[in-house]
Design a protein around this ligand. Sequence first.
Ligand code: GLV
Length: 375
Amino acid sequence: SSVSIPPPRCLLGPLEAPLRYMFGPGPSNVPPRILAAGGRPIIGHMHEEMFEIMDDIKQGIQYAFQTQNNMTIAASGSGHTAMECALFNCVEPGEPVLVAINGIWGERVAEIARRIGADVKTLVKTPGGYFTNEEIEQALAKHKPVLFFLTHGESSAGLVHPMDGIGDLCRKHNCLFLVDSVASLGGASLFMDKQNIDILYTGSQKALNGPPGTAPVSFNDRVHVVNYPVVSKSELLGCWGGYHHTGPVSGFFALRESLAILAEMGLENSWKLHKEVAEYLHEGLEGLGLKLFVQDKNLRLPCVTTIAIPVGYNWREITQYVMKHHRMEITGGLGPSVGMVLRVGLMGYNCSKTNADKVLVALGDALKHCHKSKV
Ligand code: GLV
């Protein structure tokens, strides 16, 4: 019984993972301290020290989310995993769910909720749009959903959604408030408890600067109150306090360090830095003759800047040019914003005026060298 499938040739060569400026919407560059934490020798997922590390992570997430929720964990997986985890634990087949869609993340939530069998209602704006509290309240009153979903930082559109008062409206209409903060956490102010957010999640790879693969998520006690007891939620708690699956030990080491850096810096300082650097970048982009996609300055997501594709240019040519000549990732749009925008993300460790200057040089260079069609 000899093997008939030979070892793949590609694996007989070395791993190629070049250094790049990760100035797109994520993942961001991971600072050496976090890389080193993730590279530490493995310990068991059930060892005493691991439980301490998980408790540190829990407290770090409570700080980053500004919540006292006990049910605060890091899911093993991407931001998408946390999104699914939230939906599967809060929505039952047949239940009405209201999803605000102003970019890709609402679209995705609506799709998952439909697959769960929920009765999905949507509030829709084109990318760059946002929802007034009046529009939200009208829809809550009309559809009487068990859950309302909103994206705080819409990375496909570069929009940070106003949050004040929406949680109160959800309480008034007896509905859970689920918020996606994957692309905003640490970069734009958010207060889970004060803003009456019932379920909040994020990812490790944006302003937290961790490697992708762990996803902070928190549920408050209303998740029990509004819905009937949820079995998989206790399973989740089980995985955080006992054995459910073998968690991503290295990813948790790295996440602990990401959260430690945020704790040392302070949330307010981090929010302020992201705003300052974003404004500096925005001025520089306008100086290159580029137009920002989100007009209202207060609605611009500091973590991910969207630029209207300059007239006459092919966005792919621009992103390929900066990758080839500047070893820099910036990206095009995502989902409904494809063909509308270029996206630049300067998050956490990457968030500095020096890096903004690098982006401006690279984009300025691309505008000179990329083919411009006559319009
Ligand atoms: C997220 O992964 C994004 O590209 O916005």
